[in-house]
Design a protein around this ligand. Structure first.
Ligand code: WTA
Length: 652
């Protein structure tokens, strides 16, 4: 029954999306003070996008100016070619001399309630020291460093310390399992790992170092491990390989000369789910990426010197890279960082943080907003949220009901909402309102950012002027991915073969009569669970690795809070265990293989899966079942009876 209800809800959402015509104009008081007040910015940028981005780049610190704004030979872009820089000079050094030296850069709260504040000078000094420490452990320009940390200040310091010496960081979300960490380390041959004794989540300690040790049993490229002492948790130390972060810092010099990089040298790799079982190492470079995140932070979040910005993402995802570390730091922002969950110790934790630190710009995911809605408005209502002046969302489509709730209950109808569309691959926001200019419609990410050309195309690349199709980005942008680590073919195949020389993000979208863009979600085997991308194929491969499973098919299904969830259809060997016992074993197994975020919501045991005569599993039909939809074309099924059995089992 639950599924039927979910379906009703999801179709209601889509219906509402279709008829959504409420409009919200920015208030005069906001417009007057906005960083962008003149709509000509769109025209100017369209006329000469490269010039627009060059102007943005010129606001950053360069060691040597670029010779050419853009060299584009699809699918390869070189932005600010010939330029030299070290991104930490824009994020840190400039603030030491421009009046921001003693400004709070980071106001941090641990989940148990411990607090630390870092000025720009504090971060600058620790980054320099840690950069020297990394050097002393043999890390050189171009080497890969993995970061497996909780949301503590050291995650930002570690990323910037890598950037200081030209090492390529690869942050692995702390919620990923040892197996996932191992795969990511081995894929890019990581030399050094930075982790912590543990971190707090939901009142529990996540034993990161212990998990890292499990992974490292099988990571021959790792030479050293640096361990941050988060909470004095017990751990095992491997002499010679493991080092305490604080001891390294004590010994290190407080200045590390930045390593100057070519604009196109790599800055980081970040793994994300693709349509096959293997995650892709998305590569980003220095000059273009920094320009993109700097410009979007400044214009989309409208940051001012006295703002307090809070992006609730984890640095393990791209949102944390772009809108906690690089974008806000390049803008000299004051930000809040929080280690734990929104309901610890109580469901008002986020709002208490907003109240206590006077957060003015708040950026979170629709799944969080839906959770807050579900918990009830008494939690935000009990806190003073009057410091808020701008709200943002990212990660998945926001349903208009959640948008309206966000506007009324959190923003008190006083804050513009920026619904920002982008991806790990795009590096920075590409589709978004500009808060002082754009009239918003709940559920629409509105228009492409200046300098970006987005369109809705059909399968053949014809532009759709009013209606649904695939989202496409028609021209290069500075923060675009430059490839997938070690897999050129997959890069070309995934993003650049659907249409000629046009980027295919993998999202379905529609455009309305007023040219507003509405992102509808993934069109491939990637699903968005609570704003996190998980590949159904990755979960299938994990399931079939279990000894009892013979075949598995995993599909997405609508979910009231998470947006989407995963339903697994599996066939198993004969077992003495009950279905519920087996379901628990398999969910734990997936969690162990990938991480808790990849746990299927529901496992359906079936003697057979629907297949074509050639033996291909028809996931499309399973998806129809899991979404409560009318079944699509079943004529190519080898055995149509299979389907009705699965369907009745699912609906049980
Ligand atoms: C989805 C997160 C609708 C989309 C920054 C995209 C969105 C995927 C939005 C990227 C939005 C992100 N509205 N859908 N405002 N923002 N998405 O790589 O499907 O974790 O392709 O990057 O999230 O997820 P990723």
């Amino acid at each position: 029954m639950k599924n039927k209800k979910q379906h009703k809800n999801s179709s209601k959402t889509i219906d509402t999306l279709l008829i959504e015509n409420r409009k919200f104009k920015p208030k005069d008081s906001f417009k007057k003070q906005a960083n962008v007040r003149n709509a000509d910015i769109y025209k100017t940028a369209r006329k000469n996008p490269v010039k627009f981005w060059e102007k943005m780049a010129s606001e950053l610190v360069w060691k040597k100016k670029w010779e050419k704004g853009l060299i584009w030979k699809a699918p390869d872009a070189r932005w600010f070619d010939g330029g030299k820089l070290n991104v930490t000079e824009s994020c840190l050094d400039q603030h030491i001399t421009n009046g921001n030296r003693n400004k709070a850069a980071l106001i941090w709260e641990g989940e148990p309630g411990d607090k630390r504040t870092f000025t720009y000078y504090d971060i600058y000094r620790d980054v320099n020291k840690f950069a020297n420490a990394l050097k002393s452990l043999g890390v050189k320009k171009g080497d890969r460093v993995a970061i497996y940390l909780p949301m503590i200040p050291e995650i930002m310091i570690s990323m910037l310390a890598c950037a200081r010496i030209g090492a390529i960081h690869s942050v692995v979300f702390g919620g990923f399992s040892p197996e996932s960490l191992k795969d990511r380390i081995n894929d890019s041959q990581v030399k050094l790992l930075i982790t912590a004794d543990g971190g707090y989540r939901k009142g529990q300690v996540i034993p990161l170092k212990h998990d890292a040790d499990v992974a490292l049993a099988d990571c021959p490229s790792i030479e050293h491990v640096v361990v941050v002492n988060r909470g004095g948790f017990l751990l095992r130390f491997k002499e010679g390989r493991d080092h305490w972060y604080h001891e390294l810092l004590e010994k290190a010099d407080s200045f590390c000369k930045p390593t100057y990089m070519d604009s196109e040298d790599p800055l980081f790799i970040l793994y994300t789910s693709g349509t096959t079982g293997k995650p892709k190492g998305i590569m980003h470079t220095c000059g273009g990426y920094l320009t993109g995140v700097y410009a979007t932070t400044k214009y989309v979040f409208d940051l001012k010197n006295d703002d307090v910005f809070w992006c609730t993402a984890d640095c393990g995802w791209v949102t944390g890279h772009s809108y906690i570390v690089y974008g806000p730091m390049a803008n000299g922002a004051t930000q809040v960082m929080y280690e734990g969950t929104p309901n610890y110790p109580d469901k008002n934790r986020f709002w208490k943080i907003v109240e206590e630190h006077g957060v003015s710009v708040f950026y979170t995911a629709p799944t969080a907003i839906r959770t807050f809605m579900y918990w009830g408005r008494e939690y935000p209502d009990g806190c003073d949220l009057s410091s808020l002046r701008l709200l943002g969302t990212v990660g998945e489509p926001i349903n208009p009901e959640a948008w309206i709730w966000y506007n009324e209950v959190i923003g008190h109808k006083n804050c513009p909402i920026v619904d920002t569309w982008w991806q790990t691959e795009t590096g920075h926001i590409l589709i978004t309102p500009l808060p002082g200019l754009t009239t918003t419609k709940p559920g629409s990410a509105t228009f492409a950012f200046p300098g970006i050309e987005a369109a809705i195309l059909d399968e053949n690349g014809n532009e759709i002027k009013n209606g649904g199709g695939f989202l496409a980005i028609k021209t290069p942008w500075p923060g675009m991915l430059r490839g997938i680590w070690g897999d050129r073919e997959r890069y070309v195949e995934t993003y650049w073969t659907k249409w000629k020389d046009i980027y295919f993000p993998g999202d379905g979208a529609k455009i309305d009569s007023e040219k507003y863009l509405w992102i509808l979600g993934r069109v491939d085997d990637v699903i968005n669970i609570s704003g996190h991308r998980i590949s159904t194929m990755e979960v299938e491969s994990a399931l079939v690795e279990h000894e009892s499973v013979t075949e598995a098919a995993v599909v997405g299904s609508p979910h009231k809070i998470k947006g989407e969830c995963m339903v697994a259809f599996v066939t198993t060997l004969k077992s003495k265990k009950s279905e519920s016992e087996l379901a628990k074993i398999l969910t734990d197994f997936v969690s162990h293989k990938i991480g808790a975020i990849a746990r299927p919501e529901k496992i359906i045991f079936t003697p057979d899966l629907p297949k074509t005569r050639s033996g291909k599993i028809m996931r499309r039909l399973l998806k129809d079942i899991a979404s409560g939809k009318v079944l699509g074309d079943t004529t190519t099924l080898a055995d149509p009876n299979v389907l009705s059995k699965i369907k009745s089992k699912y609906e049980d």
